[in-house]
Design a protein around this ligand. Structure first.
Ligand code: PBG
Length: 323
């Protein structure tokens, strides 16, 4: 006969009581702010399908990183939009490529900010795929040395963490081996371990002009129907030397985040991707949802599911909200 002895509403009565017993607290200290860097100077160009998110030229990028750091955001992840693209994605592993230059500039201005580099070829290939094309297919093994080279040039430019997002088999091992052989034994790998072939990446592909020119990414990114396979992907990446593993997207895959948290003892990252951002923006602009509450609720849910760190385009705003 629990009622009237037990009344769960007792602890919900005031803001102070609710805050006091809150099980999940968002913290600015666990946020990663994704940023797009493009050629030119004094460029801050809004991404059409991601209103409020921009492509930044190097000079502007450094200012934006500074304002993020001033808000207490510990880390940024950089995505490059190169001047030109080619079949083999040379811009990704050019020691003077857009991201390598960006890392140098940001680390020089903000040595304490954690700079993470996305390791992938898709922003740099003319065909938009994450690997080399052989006989009309994305070839796994010939792509690995290029990913390793990409990570190495980023680390040599000063990157603190590298984050492979390509989903080629064996890439974490290939990167770890290359970094270790060059003496970079202390650089962590944040592996996009359970990355699904998702419709939610649409706006990002507009931002980076990286939509595949033929076919899709289903032969390397995961099938949204699969849960057990995510655990296997994570286990493989950890065996190969990953230090942090990511689930991506976040909100449609909270079950994967929760399972990963239970099964593995490493830090789990989750990426609130471009489409998750744009959905909220579109609905908020129509007056259909309360923007700030939706941002808070989605991010709180991602943290509650078990994410230790969260990548979000809302990082600066959340820092302001929490501040
Ligand atoms: C690949 C990459 C993608 C995203 C991050 N890294 C796009 C893709 O796989 O097509 C998507 C991130 C987002 O949608 O916010 N370099």
């Amino acid at each position: 006969m629990p009622f009237p002895i037990h009344r769960p509403r007792r602890l919900r009565r005031t803001e102070a009581l609710r805050g006091f017993v809150s099980e999940t607290r968002l913290s600015v200290r666990s946020l990663i702010y994704p940023l797009f860097v493009c050629p030119g100077s004094q460029v801050k160009s809004e991404i059409h399908s991601m209103p409020g998110t921009f492509r930044w030229s190097l000079d502007k990028l450094v200012e934006e990183c500074k304002s993020a750091a001033d808000l207490g955001i510990p880390a940024v992840i950089l995505f490059g939009i190169p001047e030109t693209k080619d079949e083999v994605g040379s811009g990704a592993y050019d020691p003077n490529g857009i991201v390598q230059r960006a890392v140098r500039a940001v680390k020089k201005a903000l040595p304490r900010l954690i700079v993470i580099c996305d390791v992938c070829l898709d922003e740099y290939t003319s065909h938009g795929h994450c690997g080399l094309i052989k006989d009309g297919e994305v070839d796994n093994d010939s792509t690995l040395p290029l990913l390793a080279k990409t990570a190495l040039t980023q680390v040599e430019a000063g990157a603190d963490i590298v984050a492979p997002s390509d989903m080629m088999d064996g890439r974490v091992g290939a990167i770890r081996k290359e970094l270790d052989a060059r003496g970079h034994t202390q650089i962590p790998i944040l592996a996009y371990a359970a990355k699904y072939a998702s419709a939610f990446y649409g706006p990002f592909r507009e931002a980076a002009d990286s939509a595949p020119k033929f076919g899709d990414r289903k032969s390397y990114q995961m099938d949204p129907a699969n849960q057990r396979e995510a655990l296997r992907e994570i286990a493989l990446d950890l065996e190969e030397g990953a230090d942090i593993v990511m689930v991506k997207p976040a909100l449609p895959y909270l079950d994967i985040i929760a399972l990963a948290r239970c099964e593995f003892d490493v830090p789990i990252a989750a990426y609130q991707v471009s489409g998750e951002y744009s959905l909220i923006e579109a609905a908020a602009r129509n007056g259909w949802v309360d923007r700030e509450r939706t941002i808070r609720e989605t991010l709180t849910s991602i943290a509650r599911a078990g994410a230790d760190v969260i990548l979000t385009y809302y990082a600066k705003e959340v820092a302001q909200m929490l501040g």
